[in-house]
Design a protein around this ligand. Structure first.
Ligand SMILES: [Cu+2]
Length: 368
């Protein structure tokens, strides 16, 4: 046993050092920036608390296995002993995990209640209600339109969403085929879309996503931080933008990692040919500036499907654009006017009418 103890000490020290080194070097890059102002921090805090508990026990148990493999390995003259088990050991390794589980259960109860059991009232004019009705393999969204009611002729149908910065967004979702899952990593929001059931989730996003043209990277900015930047629009930003200056060039989702590592960019924004001046959002209003002065382009947050829903699941993505309030209002008025003027194509609306409006009319009613 003396030899074993000599082995155990450096092993335990190495395991502990590895574990202790992890948070400093790896944690900051693991998660995308958290822009959910309502409860995002609480989600991350719980995530890391559980992560560290699991990681500590991982190193403890794997370390013990490794130790036993080496310390009790077969040697000439050493005989295996048979034992019937130990009631003390069984009790200890049952009670400790049970207590930890209960502890986590108690610690998360308040956050669970806040996120999953309390919802912003739909009757509050400050709550933005958006419905989503995904299918294999695309996201489909619906806004109430000018009359404020769902299931009416002026509803606005979109493939991606715009939301005003800082406003509470309530998403009502279902599915018309298999189970999908509405996932906005930056907002720490995830909820399954179940056929035949309507689920609700909500969040607030308090930062705008922009693509920094100089550094070629995504940045998240508060309205205050945005004031000193000249931010232009890109083609990807929705049909009602008239001031497009750039177009988004995106590497295909199946581009090999090697190619991306060799300098191929996941995203880049190119100035549209023939553009010398572009419209930007600067100092709180829309202005016209030479393209050379532009700092950044309005960029998207990703919506992903987090449920393995079929062969093209990996491709089932969409966008959230978080807009300054004035920009959102202009966008929303634009799409509402368009919905009244031209209506939405039958191919888009038929599925909603049959499987949402007619099958479940109560889903369109505002919940207090
Ligand atoms: Cu899906």
């Amino acid at each position: 046993m003396r030899g074993s103890a000599r082995l155990l000490t450096p092993l335990a020290a190495a395991a502990f050092a590895l574990f202790a080194a992890l948070p400093a070097s790896a944690v900051p890059n693991w998660l995308p920036p958290n822009v959910n102002a309502s409860y995002g921090t609480k989600v991350d805090d719980l995530y890391f608390a559980i992560y560290f508990i699991v990681a500590a026990f991982f190193f403890l148990t794997e370390g013990l296995i490794l130790y036993c493999c080496i310390a009790f390995r077969g040697r000439p003259g050493r005989k295996a002993k048979y034992m019937h088990g130990s009631n003390v050991a069984e009790t200890v390794w049952t009670v400790i995990p049970a207590l930890i589980l209960i502890g986590i259960g108690v610690a998360q109860a308040g956050t669970w209640k806040e996120i999953r059991m309390t919802f912003p009232s739909e009757k509050d004019p400050n709550t933005l209600v958006i419905q989503t009705f995904p299918k294999q393999y695309e996201w489909a969204f619906r806004y109430a339109g000018a009359d404020g009611a769902f299931g009416t002729a002026d509803d606005v149908y979109q493939n991606g969403i715009h939301i005003p910065i800082g406003r509470k967004v309530l998403v009502k979702l279902s599915s018309s085929d298999v189970i999908h899952s509405f996932f906005v990593p930056h907002a720490r929001v995830k909820l399954d879309a179940m056929p035949g059931m309507m689920g609700r989730t909500w969040f607030t996003m308090d930062k705008v996503s922009v693509w920094n043209l100089k550094d070629q990277k995504m940045e998240v900015l508060t309205l205050e931080e945005m004031k000193s930047k000249k931010v232009a629009w890109a083609l990807t930003n929705g049909p009602s933008r008239q001031a497009w200056g750039y177009k988004l060039v995106e590497a295909s989702t199946d581009a090999p990692d090697a190619q991306l590592k060799k300098g191929m960019k996941k995203y880049s924004y190119e100035l549209l040919t023939g553009k010398t001046n572009v419209q930007v959002w600067y100092e709180g209003k829309v202005q016209d500036v030479p393209a050379a002065e532009v700092d950044a382009v309005f960029h998207r947050y990703e919506i992903a499907c987090a449920e393995l829903c079929g062969m093209q699941h990996f491709n089932m993505r969409s966008n959230v654009f978080v807009d300054p309030p004035e920009i959102y209002d202009t966008w929303y008025k634009g799409v509402c006017d368009q919905a009244v003027k031209t209506g939405s194509p039958e191919v888009t609306t038929a599925r909603w009418h049959t499987y949402w409006d007619q099958a479940h009319p109560t889903w369109n009613k505002a919940i207090e």
